[in-house]
Write a protein that binds this ligand. Structure first.
Ligand code: SF4
Length: 190
């Protein structure tokens, strides 16, 4: 069975989508956008591997405490076969909403022949590479070229404006700063 390379899974986050969500950061990204806030997720040999069914088990163990799942990275679509398997499992075994980020544009996703399938499995995708010159954190986007594609009516753009731009959480005793605009919080510790 195929495995997904994972950077980390955070069981409860409030800064990566509306409400309380389980966050999955995929390991590996081929795009190398200058200024990316998650460079530690780029190396495809980093992180660790999990089967989609193992990730589903983690989601199900936490299902009662979360409203949805957020998938970012790294680049989820660089592991599209394994990702597809995970998304089908989440859709068929839970009622959770799914939000996903990708550095690929809408046109590139259509060229990969993934758009139609994603439209049935995901509530919202945030598409487009991070462009440092267009840095403008807002809602779930980090630069102004990035756009939302809403596949369901679960969320509106207004819902996304109310999300905290960053958060400090502790995972296994280690402090983590996550969110779209982590710079200010990170500067407190420099
Ligand atoms: S696609 Fe996303 S993870 Fe990859 S370099 Fe660009 S911003 Fe970073």
């Amino acid at each position: 069975m195929t495995k997904l390379r994972i950077h980390q899974i955070i069981k409860q986050t409030r800064a990566n989508g509306p409400d309380v969500r389980l966050g999955i950061w995929i390991q590996g990204c081929s795009r190398n956008c200058p200024g990316c806030i998650n460079p530690e997720t780029h190396d495809i040999s980093g992180g660790y591997e999990l089967k989609p069914t193992e990730i589903l088990s983690i989601i199900l163990e936490n299902e009662n405490e979360i409203d949805g799942v957020s998938i970012s990275g790294g680049e989820p679509l660089d592991q599209s076969e394994e990702l597809r398997e995970l998304l089908h499992l989440i859709k068929s075994k839970t009622n959770l909403s799914v939000i996903m980020w990708t550095g690929y544009t809408r046109t590139e996703i259509e060229e990969k022949l993934l758009f139609e399938e994603l439209s049935k499995l995901v509530d919202l995708i945030v598409v487009g590479p991070y462009i440092e010159e267009l840095h403008e954190p807002k809602g779930l986007t980090g630069s102004s070229n990035q756009e939302y594609i809403f596949f369901t009516k679960k969320y509106t753009e207004q819902d996304l404006l109310d999300i905290p731009s960053a958060e400090i959480i502790f995972v296994d005793g280690e402090m983590q700063i996550t969110g779209i605009n982590t710079e200010q919080i990170k500067s407190w510790f420099e």
